[in-house]
Design a protein around this ligand. Structure first.
Ligand code: PEP
Ligand code: MG
Length: 570
């Protein structure tokens, strides 16, 4: 048995034989064209247009986030500056194949140099180039294999066009050697609940047909598994399937302590699915996701319409909206387009809003108006509004005062910076609630850029330093009687969710697809158990040992409570 490590997407586990994605087409040779430039240009244009239409068609067939991704790829293919670059190479005597290859490669290099979100789009560009070249050569584009039986797909990095149309009856799991947690492969795998481990560099050595276990929750691929390991993995997969089909009940521990389970959303259209999966409200609405491609600040009216759609989907339920969180992984040029050496430490979140206060005021106006409009229809939601990246007590006072001026009844802050966790007892005097963003809190506590694959191992919210900061906030919330939610990815980890409750979290918010697993996990423990498990994790020296200690403590507490139940039952 050997283990390969990568970044797990989601919480699933699956097993099956490996099928490898075909290698990319060889790069075209730089030989002079035998055709006229006009003929080569026409060939290139026809091939690009045909690929763009095919991508749009695949998008329409797939729907959802996949459609957005594939339409963006089609637009990339037909980008006028790319066309100019292709034409220039053909005019210099190159073949259409070489001109396409070379022009796309230079665009790819530009994107890669930009790093972060845009850098991760480079793979999308390679895929479009391969499709165009395949069409020019009259050969099929490299794609997903079909060995004739269900398989674990191993690829360098899947193109969105392939991920979107994966046949989920055949693809048991997905392993990529490249790509990080924010690559399109990861985003789409998450949306389609495909068991996936991305960025597993050593998976390049996996051979066709060999049996593997893909454990997304642990980010591990096990090769040459023993029969016991296969059985354990199957049991976990079965337990997960039964959690997914269990009746939807409000989030709670087994002693009845309520732990509302909320959804993280980026657009109002996703509300219906969240409700169907049992979301009891929204714990984080990322408003910046609505405007990531906008070059100008959205108008009050544009915003109001989106917020009305969101609030109307949750009558009587809590909806926590975060004001625009611009910067680093979520650039909004209308809030900050300065080049910064360290954007994660720059003018971002509440700092950027404060520097453009009119945009903050317009957003609060739109939120207050949407709240009133929905209330007038008799379907009021319970609107809470919070500021991102708050680092000081003074910023807390600034935001809550301005929000209350606009009639926002419940105004809070996100705790994502260690300074605000350490001073939570003062921040929560003024703020009505805190919501802990564990993604950024981990990034800042461990000093590891959350977008950088080379330091991904540090980005682990199980680290006891992160847990200790969360405990500070939980304690402050308990003392001051203020709610403390969790809205980072950590809340979606079923065992860590129990630890977070043990540390004082009063609600958990996550991607809706994680709700069933977390609901089932909470129901296995009492509040006392959760505190014992949290203490075990806190006492560890590192993330891996905290996870192991929590797992061991959890086994003991469940055994204890089963014994207690047997003892108390007649
Ligand atoms: C976080 O940082 O944990 C968080 C929830 O915000 P985002 O992931 O949008 O930065
Ligand atoms: Mg954040």
């Amino acid at each position: 048995m050997a283990e390969l490590r990568g970044v797990g997407i989601g919480l699933g586990v699956a097993q099956g034989p490996v099928a490898r994605m075909a290698e990319p087409l060889p790069a075209p040779a730089d030989t002079p064209s035998e055709l006229s430039a006009a003929d080569e240009t026409a060939r290139a244009r026809d091939a690009v247009a045909a690929v763009a239409r095919e991508l749009e068609q695949r998008g329409a067939q797939a729907g959802g986030a996949a459609q957005d991704v594939l339409e963006a790829q089609a637009m990339m293919a037909e980008d006028p500056s790319l066309e100019t670059e292709i034409d220039a190479r053909i005019a210099a005597g190159k073949t259409a194949e070489f001109a396409v290859h070379d022009a796309f490669a230079s665009f790819r290099d530009t994107l890669t140099a930009m790093g972060g979100y845009l850098g991760e789009r480079a793979a999308d560009l390679d895929d479009v180039a391969q499709r165009v070249i395949a069409r020019l050569r009259g050969v099929p584009a490299p794609g997903v294999p079909d060995p004739g039986y269900p398989f674990v797909l191993v690829a360098k990095d899947l193109a969105p066009a392939d991920t979107a149309l994966l046949d989920l009856d055949k693809v048991l799991a997905l392993i990529t050697t490249e790509g990080g947690p924010t690559s399109h492969t990861a985003i789409l795998a998450r949306e389609k609940s495909i068991v996936a481990v991305v960025g597993a560099v050593s998976a390049k050595d996996l051979v066709e047909g060999e049996m593997v276990i893909v454990d997304a929750a642990a980010g591990v691929v096990t090769t040459q598994p023993t029969p016991e390991e296969l059985e354990r993995a199957q049991n976990r997969a079965d337990a997960r399937a039964s959690a997914a089909s269990a009746p939807i009940t409000p989030g709670a521990l087994n002693d009845g302590t309520p732990v509302p389970l909320l959804a993280n959303l980026g657009k109002p259209e996703d509300a219906a699915e969240a409700v169907a999966l049992g979301a009891e409200g929204v714990g984080l609405f990322r408003t910046e996701f609505l405007f990531l491609s906008a070059s100008q600040a959205p108008t009050v009216q544009q915003q109001r319409e989106s917020y009305i759609r969101l609030l109307s989907a949750f009558p009587g339920k809590k909806v926590v909206v975060r004001v625009l969180d611009a910067g680093a992984d979520k650039p909004l040029s209308f809030l900050n387009d300065a080049h910064e050496e360290n954007p994660a430490l720059g003018l971002r979140g509440i700092r950027a809003l404060r520097a453009s206060e009119d945009i903050l005021r317009e957003q609060l106006t739109a939120l207050a108006e949407a709240d009133a409009a929905v209330a007038a229809l008799g379907t009021a939601a319970d609107l809470w509004v919070m500021a991102p990246m708050v680092a000081t007590v003074e910023e807390t006072e600034y935001f809550t005062e301005i929000a209350r001026d606009y009639g926002i009844r419940t105004a809070g802050v996100m705790v994502e910076v260690p300074s605000s966790a350490l001073l939570a007892d003062r921040i929560l005097v003024d703020a009505d609630f805190a919501s802990i963003g564990t993604n950024d809190l981990t990034q800042y506590t461990l000093a590891a850029d959350r977008l950088l694959g080379s330091v991904a191992a540090f980005q682990d919210p199980w680290h006891p330093a992160v847990l200790r900061l969360i405990r500070e906030v939980g304690d402050a919330g308990r003392t001051l009687g203020k709610p403390v939610g969790i809205c980072g990815e950590a809340a979606a980890d079923p065992l860590l969710a129990v630890v977070l409750v043990g540390l004082g979290a009063t609600s958990l918010s996550m991607a809706p697809t994680a709700l069933a697993d977390v609901r089932a996990s909470l129901l296995e423990y009492s509040l006392d158990d959760a505190r014992v498990i949290a203490e075990a994790a806190l006492a560890a020296n590192g993330a891996a040992s905290a996870r192991a200690a929590a797992r061991a403590a959890a086994t003991t507490t469940t055994t204890l409570s089963e014994t207690q139940q047997k003892v108390t039952q007649p």
